[in-house]
Design a protein around this ligand. Sequence first.
Ligand code: HSE
Length: 313
Amino acid sequence: MSEQVTAFAPASIGNLAVGFDMLGLALEGVGDRVSACRTEVPGITIRSVFGLDGKPHPYLSTDSNHNTASIAAKALWNDYGDGGGVEISVYKGVPLQSGMGSSAASAVAATVAVNALLGTPLPAEALLSYALAGEKYASGSLHADNVAPSLLGGMIFCPPVLLPEVVRLPVPQGVSAVLIHPELQVNTAQARRKLAKAYSMEQWLSQQAYFGGFIAACASSDIELIGKTLKDVIIEPQRSSAVACFDAVKEAAERSGALGFSLSGSGPSLFALCESKIAARVAMAMQQACRGFGIDCQSYVSSMAAPGAHILE
Ligand code: HSE
């Protein structure tokens, strides 16, 4: 019998305003953990799923066919397992339906934990497709903008048309991400179904310019250009009304000096990028605006080079 291993996988910001479904950023200091150990029962089984309060999770299933973590782990074990069994326990650190890549973090942590039990573990990049199998179950579509940064860390370009190939992008010096999670829930699969299917040439050209400009600005740490390009003119206008405090928090972020602001994934979490030296001030302003609206929230400040999933010693 092999030892128990525990993997941590961070939360993440999907889309990062400019790149719907194709750009994501890992967040430091918040994520899910999955422990895995060998068992006599063949295949992947779930021992327990714990919520943020450390108690058995009230909603997430321990049926291995209906949990994003076990579905991802099964996909890997089916290809590389030795025919024996692995039992996993999931410890949620990322709130559900928060826009912080909760399902992706569970899928990634499970994949990384089970990978560590293989005779010859795969390199991290090779785990992407397996983690995506879990994410697809949860969100109903194949997008990697939470899974890829959670797995690999930092800022990752991961357009669906290139998967499983992804590209690590350079992050700007001296810029931090600030995220607040208003205590609301948005179901990503439902939010995706509501999106318009057709867009104008003008919207498309603007968003392409913002995407390209933002990537170039990050590579050269051009703070001013980040401020001009961190914009979403296509998806944000369709989704922002689902987060009641959106306008108030955006105004507060901009007033306190943020370079840009948008929804994290499909929301309700909201993020800003700002110079690291004012990140605490921006976080405070965003929190105050959200609470002033009568909605409680948690805030996180993160480097843009947060580490990806890893085994905890
Ligand atoms: N790109 C996905 C969406 C991510 O916005 O629907 C959700 O976290």
